[in-house]
Design a protein around this ligand. Sequence first.
Ligand code: BGP
Length: 472
Amino acid sequence: MNKQQLTFPEDFWWGSAWSAEQAEGRGETGKAETVWERWYKEQPYRFYNRISSEVTTDHIHRYKEDVQLMKDTGHNSFRVSISWARMFPNDGTGEVNPKAVAFYRDLFTEMNNKNIKVFANLYHFDMPAKLQDKGGWESREVVDAYANFAAACFKEFGDLVYHWFTFNEPLGPILGSYLEDFHYPNIIDFKRGAQAAFFTILAHAKAISAHKKQKLPSKIGVILNLSPTFPRSQNPADVQAAKIADLFYTRSFLDPMVKGEFPEELTALLKEYNQLPADYTAEDLTLIKENTAQILGLNYYEPRRVKARLTTVNSAGPFLPEWFFENHIMPGRRMNDYRGWEIYEKGIFDLCMDIKNNYGNIEAFISENGMGVADEERFMDETGQVIDDYRITYIQDHLAYLWKAIQEGCNIKGYHLWTFIDCWSWINSYKNRYGLVSLDLPTQKRTIKKSGEFYKQLSDQNGFNYDIDLLV
Ligand code: BGP
C-alpha cells in the first residue's frame, strides 16, 4: 500500500455531461420532431420498456433545481447540448424560436451565477426528422442548415458559453444509422455512411469557421468517443487487424477534425473497395484543413481489442469494417455486464498519451466516462440514497490513470462524468443508470447518490487519496 493524495492541476474542470434529447423533455417551447421521436412512433418496441424521450428527466421544467444540484455535487463545469429542433421548431430551419432562446439563456445565466462553466455542444444525435427526410448528413442542404443553427447559437449565447463543441461522438450516428442498425433511419450501406461522415466533418469545419467570424473569447472543438485499439498479440496479422480497426473507428474522425487531413491509408482502402463518398470537392477539403478543433473532448468507456479474422468474408454481403478484423474477447477481462462494456482503467492513460504524442498535445479533457448500472434501487439505504461504492471505485481508478497521464505531460484540463442526474439512454431508455443523482422516474424526485457526495469532496479538494501501487 502506498496511499498518496493525487492532486490535479489548478482550475481543473470537474463536472459531467448530458444531452438535450436525453434530459430536457419536450416541454412547451415548441420543438420540431427529432429522429428519436419519429423512430419511437414507428417502432416503440425497439426502446427498453417502451419509454420514449417525451419527458425524460424533465430538465426543461426543473433546471433551477438541477443547477443547484450541480453545485451540491461539486460541478464547476457542465456540458449540455442545445437542441437544434427546439431552436428551429418548424423543421430545423427558418426563424429562431424565442422561447428556446429564453430557456437556454436562463439556464446558462443560472449556471454562470453559480460559477459553473457552460460547455455547449451543438449536436448530440438529435437530427430534426424533417431534415432526415432531406437526407440527413448525406445532404449538403442539411450541412448548411446546421451551420446556420450553429451561427445562431453563437450569436444568442456567445456571451454565456465557456467552450463550444460542434458534435458529440459524430461516429455514433454513422455506425448506428449505416452499419449497425441502432439509430434511425437504420440503413445498412457503408458508402452512404461514408458520405454522411464526410459531410459531418464538413459541418464541423463550417461551424468552426462561423465561430471564428464572431470573434468570441471561447474556444470551439469536438467530442469524440475514442477507444485505444489493442491487437490480441504481436503476430503481424493481429497487428494489421488492429491498425485497420483504428483507421475506421479512431482516425476516421480524429485526423480530419483535429489535423484537417484524412488518413491516407483509410482513403486508399476505401478507394480500393469503391466506398469513398461520391460528393466531395477540393473546396470542402480546404475548408476542413483550415478549420480544425481548438479543444478536444475525449469520451472513454472501453478499449477496442481486435484480432485477425478467423473466417473468410462473405463478399456478397454489405461492406463493413469487420471485413478486416474480428473483435477479440480477452480472457480475464473485467466487464460492466449491464452495458456489455469492458472496464479497463489504464485505457484512459493510453488514450491521453496517443493524443499527446500524435495530435500535437492539443488541449483536451475527459468529456465522458462512467458506469451504467441496472436496478440501482437494490443499493438504496433506508433513507432512499443509492450507495454506489462501485461507481466511486470506477471513478477513482480512472482518475488515477488520468493523473498519471498528466504527470507524463498530457495537456488534460478536466474530467466530466457521464452523467449528472440519471437520464434517458437512447434505445436502453432508463435501463442503466449513470448519474451522480438518482431519478425516481414516476415522481421525478432527485436524490444525491453516495457518488454525488464523493464527487463534491473530490472537486473541493481537487484530488483524492489513492494507493498508487495499483497503477501499472
Ligand atoms: C455515449 C453518449 C451518451 C451516453 C453514453 C452512455 O456514447 O454520448 O449520450 O448515452 O454513451 O451510453 P448508453 O446511454 O448507450 O448506455
